[in-house]
Design a protein around this ligand. Sequence first.
Ligand code: SF4
Length: 437
Amino acid sequence: MNKRFMLRPVKTELPSSGGCTDAPVLRERGQREVFCGLTGIIWMHRKIQDAFFLVVGSRTCAHLVQSAAGVMIFAEPRFATAIIDDRDLAGLADANDELDAVVTRLLERRPDIRMLFLVGSCPSEVIKLDLSRASERLSERFAPRVRVVNYSGSGIETTFTQGEDACLAALVPMLPSAIAQQAPELMVVGTLADVVEDQFNRLFGLLGVGPVVFLPARRSSELPCVGPNTRFILAQPFLGDTARALEARGAQRIAAPFPFGVEGTTLWLSAIAEAWGVDADHFEQTVTPARERASQALARQRERMQGKSVFFFPDSQLEIPLARFLSRELGMRLTEIGSPYLHRQHLAHELAMLPAGTQLSEGQDVERQLDRCRAIAPDLVVCGLGLANPLEQEGFATKWSIELVFSPIHGYDQAADLAELFERPMRRRALIAQQAA
Ligand code: SF4
């Protein structure tokens, strides 16, 4: 028989109904306990190696970024804050002139910078400093050596992962246009740890999927092209604006659950393989070794985590995919899953995979949510840093959700590490209880 007719392309069965697809969502609009979008600088400055993030903000903004990121004293930092002081706030100085002077000094001193992000903050928005005009003006002055891009990381209406979304969405208009006749290209969208990017790249190569590009790229000179032949897949669930901007440039999204855990990773890779017409047997042979290794590691953790209950406060926007992983692969019991925003389209498959009856909430009214959490008394609370210490004091085991954004957690090889991030606080709490007994 002709070998061509023996091909059996991958067909992904993505659940899109059932589970929590139509579950009622508790919508709350009260006091929130979240970090602002400046936080994204912490992981993005590590990723884009020739970029510099200049926050245009107050001393508070400088403290936030500095204390969260930390810098080795012998390293040249790749982020800083141009402080808006009382004279700027009182309108006594021209903030634009001062900003231009700071940028000029910075770029003279640091010839390694190829892309400069001007990052807006609450203070820059309050004094209505137009960073988009500033970035145009400075781009003209420093072209072609440096590109200047602006986005907002302010905490006025955001949660902390929206900083990455705003940053990547600001990059999309700068991506070169792909030639119409160009072969289809896969774009993986969302900051991934280099080690994870390399693992996925290896799998794509073995599967015969490609060419593959990543947004953000490691260097600003490697900005990927975009056009109607671009098929993109999100690696993070909080990139709604970036996805919209890519679609406006003709790129098509590959819908899939997110690559957390064995199941999520398999479905994510499988959706890509289907888009590239990869043979089903070849797909199985390629992913099976890594999938089996990860499944075995998770089986051991499942024994310890099964039946434990977990409550998510809204913080990172990773809550729904991670709850799906904890429930389906580790047997944990979901109580409430809070998310700052619920993007129904991007999370459609994730919602369908959650157990029916799970309480979903969107937005926050922190005192009411704390009351619900105390009443449920879960084994593990996933929340922001501001809530973690008081809850620990009350005897809860907590996981800082921000750690889940900093750590490599995507893909097969990280599935057990991801489970470990949730298990460790419960183990520690059990030890404390033992010692106290
Ligand atoms: S951007 Fe706003 S919320 Fe963030 S550190 Fe600055 S002042 Fe605070």
